[in-house]
Design a protein around this ligand. Structure first.
Ligand SMILES: Nc1nc2c(c(=O)[nH]1)N[C@H]1C(S)=C(S)[C@@H](COP(=O)(O)O)O[C@H]1N2
Ligand SMILES: [Mo]
Length: 374
């Protein structure tokens, strides 16, 4: 990919593109200035951090659609209302006094892998590293919904963040919904701590939702209000955004849980510019992590020049957190292509060839790493 000032194709009369700005169509052209701007704001996790079970907060990937709010926690209020018996309004200090849980969660952006697609959907141009794992501490959402009393005709719960902007020509506050049964899961948390410390500004200070197993878009940051609703939410980030669509006109299907994926700690040392890997001949431990929002990871295979070998799996960090894998390899001189491929207990496995979709969602194609052994 090259970076240039060239604009992606604009077709003013075309359907609004739903991931980027109005009229942006997928492109085969070089990376644009707008994509660079997004990539510089929204960083990924350097793959060498796959060595760590828990991602240090500054190295966890970040995706923020609009601006990062800078709120005063002492005046922050969470409102819970809509189809409930009692509306609630809670300050941060009150939330800290409620029962708390801590959940290890691997979060991944639904757009991870987007820039590998051809033609490339124009949005945040992730390569493979839009992932991270943290321990999130806070109040179980189900506890607060229980206090408010969800009415029987409720179907969804809508979460609205404090951040606002315009996307696809539509002015909005960032908002997403969950079906009632997901919202009432015991591990969905209104988090005020990440890895034991106050949330950093970029991860939603002072309060965010964390939905284990779902792609990141469900975990609304800077959470201001929770509305229990009697009909499905149709806000921008719910619909039209975050759908598996074949074309701009296709209604598509909603993006929900994280598809199975594994990534490898890049072995050896990199070339500065190309990131190609160099290593010395001899024994090397290939290792990485694998996760799935659909169910536990049951197997990881490592491909060495097209031959697949089963990796050893460590215990998972949690029900919706990644699992370390490893495989010893004796590197012989020459050029090699390494790969890793995970399967989960539903039988879902990573595709060898990527599946294209219009918004560039859920691309869990196997990772391939070229190495020179010398
Ligand atoms: N309020 C708000 N919440 C948000 C977003 C946002 O832009 N605003 N981005 C979502 C997306 S697309 C992702 S992938 C995750 C990223 O969470 P992180 O930045 O803490 O890794 O936050 C989600 N929650
Ligand atoms: Mo995302």
């Amino acid at each position: 990919m090259n970076y240039s000032n060239q604009q992606p194709t604009r077709e003013p009369s075309a359907e609004q593109a739903l991931v980027g700005a109005p009229g942006l169509q997928p492109t085969s052209g070089p990376l644009t200035r707008e994509e660079l701007q997004l990539a510089a704001r929204n960083h990924s996790m350097p793959l060498e951090m796959l060595r760590r079970e828990v991602t240090p907060p500054g190295l966890h990937y970040v995706l923020t659609h609009f601006d990062i709010p800078d709120p005063d926690a002492s005046s922050w209020h969470l409102r819970i209302g809509g189809a409930v018996e009692r509306a609630l309004e809670l300050g941060i200090a009150a939330l800290h006094r409620d029962p708390a849980i801590t959940v290890p969660v691997t979060l991944e952006c639904a757009g991870n892998g987007r820039s590998l697609l051809e033609p490339r959907p124009v949005s945040q141009p992730w390569v493979l590293e839009a992932v991270g794992t943290a321990y999130w501490t806070g109040v179980p959402l189900a506890y607060l919904l229980g206090k408010a009393g969800v009415l029987p005709d409720a179907v969804e719960v809508v979460f609205t963040g404090a951040d606002a902007g315009v996307q696809g020509g539509v002015p909005q506050q960032y908002a997403r919904s969950l079906p009632i049964r997901e919202a009432l899961r015991p591990d969905v948390v209104l988090a005020y701590k990440m890895n034991g410390a106050d949330l950093p500004p970029q991860h939603g200070y002072p309060l965010r939702l964390v939905v284990p197993g779902w792609y990141g878009m469900a975990s609304v940051k800077w959470l201001q209000s929770i509305d229990v609703v009697r009909s499905p939410f149709t806000g921008f980030q719910q619909q039209p955004a975050y759908r598996y669509q074949s074309t701009a006109d296709d209604a598509g299907t909603p993006v929900t849980r994280i598809r199975v994926r594994s990534l490898m700690v890049p072995p050896g040392v990199p070339d500065f510019f190309t990131r190609r890997r160099f290593l010395r001949p001899g024994p090397v431990m290939l290792e990485g992590r694998a996760w799935s929002g659909e169910g536990a990871v049951s197997a990881v295979e490592v491909g060495i020049d097209g031959t697949w070998l089963p990796a050893h799996l460590d215990k998972p960090v949690g029900g919706f957190a990644w699992r370390r894998w490893s495989l010893p390899w004796v590197a012989d001189p020459g050029e090699h292509v390494l790969a890793c491929r995970a399967t989960d207990i539903t039988g879902a496995t990573q595709p060898l060839e990527q599946n294209w979709n219009y918004q560039g969602m859920g691309n869990n194609v196997v990772q391939r790493v070229s190495v020179t052994v010398e």
